[in-house]
Design a protein around this ligand. Structure first.
Ligand code: ATP
Length: 343
């Protein structure tokens, strides 16, 4: 297969297992985000792909070749880490050309490549500027261009945008994805930001405690989370206990219609806030009381207490529910979008 394939990759540090038996396939030209909370093993996994750490067991293949023990400099990788590690005393052009220079690429060729890359990162004309005179976002782009200068087979980035402020970060996510699509380069990015992963990735690999919990497209992960961890980690959701007895389903102890738990007698329902509708009490809806309304302008979040649990409903201003704090309401969970989770 062309692309990257990890099979049964495990990394132990003493008695601690940082990455546990991970299988991942990254087809050539795709963009994968490794996503998960701090300490889940994302960086360790990326370091093994980069050749900076050796797996305790398992194999890593690139375009069919086993690279598990191939040193980093022979893997043909482009890498960008959070720290960027640009050379502060060099110009933009010298930074980008550096990997070419140490590979002995001819001066003319270096210049041509630098110009191409500068155009690609929207910094044409910046070649002679010292990197110390650039903004954070510009530096980020230079680091990306430097990593891409050698036309690597694999592009690896570890939290590349985390030092940027929120607005710039969002803009750079789009830029990075567009650049990756233009070049068709196989790319793996570590992030703990689910929004970032959903913006950029073809496949999101959600990790927890060294293990993969789900690997799928962003929308699949959002709409059909594999378990409660994934459901809760990606976006916000309402996780509600449900029970089935003699065909009748209750949620938080109250009967509901239209929801099936399959063959399970107990399960957790994951219901996204946009799939919760507030109605008049009765008519098979859960009974609750409005406790808070958060009006963010673009969206309105209504918090409802149902049997001591908080359910959040989100709507747009046009579909704003006509409710006030303290008011009894009915809470309807749209059955076809409720996800029934067994763990
Ligand atoms: P973060 O988002 O905080 O960077 P991460 O998901 O990238 O987290 P890793 O850096 O891969 O997590 O670390 C996974 C676990 O392995 C952590 O518990 C960490 O303490 C441990 N770990 C990482 N490197 C080493 C090491 N060299 N020796 C011992 N333990 C390590």
């Amino acid at each position: 297969m062309s692309g990257l394939a990890l099979s049964n990759v495990t990394k132990e540090f003493g008695s601690f297992t940082a990455v546990n038996n991970v299988d991942i396939t990254v087809p050539h030209g795709t963009f994968v985000c490794l996503l998960g909370p701090s300490g889940c093993g994302k960086t360790t996994l990326l370091r093994m792909i980069a050749g900076l750490d050796l797996p305790t067991s398992g194999a890593i293949k690139l375009d069919g070749d086993d690279i598990t023990r191939v040193p980093t400099h022979k893997r043909n990788l482009g890498m960008v880490f959070q720290s960027l590690a640009l050379f502060p005393h060099l110009t933009v052009g010298e930074n980008i050309a550096y990997p070419l220079r140490i590979r002995g690429v001819a001066k003319e060729e270096q210049k041509k490549r630098v110009d191409e890359l500068l155009a690609m990162i929207h910094l044409s004309g910046y070649s002679d500027r010292p990197v110390s005179k650039l903004s954070g976002g510009q530096r980020q782009r230079v680091a990306i261009a430097r990593a891409l200068s050698i036309s690597p087979k694999l592009f690896l980035l570890d939290e590349p945008l985390s030092a940027l402020d929120a607005k710039l970060r969002e803009a750079m996510q789009v830029e990075l994805r567009q650049l990756q699509q233009k070049l068709g380069i196989t790319t793996i990015v570590v992030t703990h930001d689910q929004r970032e992963a959903m913006t950029m990735a073809d496949t999101v690999v959600v990790m927890n405690k060294g293990e993969i919990r789900q690997a799928a497209s962003p929308i699949e992960i959002y709409r059909r989370p594999a378990d409660t961890f994934v459901a809760d980690f990606i976006g916000s959701t309402n996780l509600l206990e449900a029970e089935a007895k003699a065909g009748a389903v209750t949620v938080l102890g109250q009967p509901v219609s239209g929801i099936s738990l399959g063959s399970a007698s107990k399960a957790t329902l994951s219901v996204r806030p946009e799939d919760v509708h507030l109605t008049a009490p009765g008519n098979g809806a859960l009974s609750g009381t409005v406790t808070f309304v958060r009006d963010l302008g673009g969206t309105i979040e209504t918090f409802v207490d149902v049997a001591g649990r908080q359910i959040v409903a989100v709507s747009t201003p046009r579909a704003r529910p006509d409710v006030t704090v303290g008011q009894p309401v009915g809470v309807t969970l749209l059955p076809d979008v409720c996800v029934v989770l067994s763990k």
